[in-house]
Design a protein around this ligand. Structure first.
Ligand SMILES: [Zn+2]
Length: 246
């Protein structure tokens, strides 16, 4: 388990790099300070130990490493640990850990830059098709059907939304994310995943509107909600469906 947690932290450090480099359309490179551009010393490449020993400031300009970095590392360590505890050292654990990593990367770029990148979603879809042969929780036919359903349903929602209120809350990146989620959860569970994601996003949007923290003109990124719906359905989809239709 210790190794799995450590792996989660290290993968988290990689996700942090990709989350900064990919939206800037540059090749991934060694960590550097986003303010002064100085290369980070090796002990800051993984931010969690740097934070723990209070070396979380750039030695050159003193800027704090974004809190996103240790959160992503801790979050992935926790999620990897959970998956290992639930599935043991199996193919399902390996693929679910990869899907989780991709989900976190997409959540980071969508929350920070409002971007869900093809360079992430398209390889993710290919990986999920391969995974459907190994994970055993769904078959490849269910995966393909789920992927298509996710794509079509979200495309319809985006088109409808654009027609009703103009371009805004969701876009092409969300459509490809929904296809990836469908490939991971399969059909018909993709319906549950999208429903959970859209409902939770709607509830949070409504609360933010009511509290006047956001207006209709600046919609929240929807990707993280779709991701939570997709991840929860990936793990507990069947249980939730049984409970709901009991
Ligand atoms: Zn600096």
């Amino acid at each position: 388990m210790g190794i799995v947690l450590l792996l989660g932290i290290l993968v988290g450090a990689v996700v942090n790099r990709l989350g900064s480099d990919l939206p800037a359309r540059r090749r991934p490179r060694l960590p550097e300070c986003p303010y002064c551009g100085r290369r980070r010393p090796w002990y800051q490449w993984v931010s969690l130990p740097a934070f723990l020993v209070h070396h979380q400031h750039c030695p050159s300009c003193g800027a704090l490493i974004s809190i996103r970095h240790p959160l992503v590392e801790l979050g992935l360590a926790f999620l990897f640990g959970f998956l290992y505890w639930r599935y043991g050292l199996t193919a399902r654990f390996v693929f679910f850990a990869l899907y989780t990593t991709i989900f976190v990367l997409i959540a980071v770029t969508d929350m920070e830059r409002r971007l869900i990148l093809n360079v992430v979603t398209i390889p993710a879809m290919a990986l999920a098709i391969i995974g459907s042969f190994f994970t055993g929780h769904i078959g490849w036919k269910s995966a393909l059907l789920g992927g298509m359903a996710g794509y079509v349903i979200l495309m319809a929602i985006v088109l409808l939304g654009n027609w009703l209120v103009g371009p805004g809350a969701m876009g092409g990146g969300d459509v490809k994310l929904a296809a990836f989620i469908g490939l991971v959860t399969g059909f018909p569970l993709v319906l549950e995943a999208l429903l959970l994601g859209i409902l939770s996003g709607g509830v949070v949007s409504l609360l933010l509107l009511l509290m006047r923290l956001r207006s209709l003109r600046d919609p929240i990124p929807y990707g993280p909600f779709l991701i939570v719906g997709g991840w929860v359905t990936m793990i507990w989809g069947t249980e939730i469906a049984h409970w709901f239709f009991r």
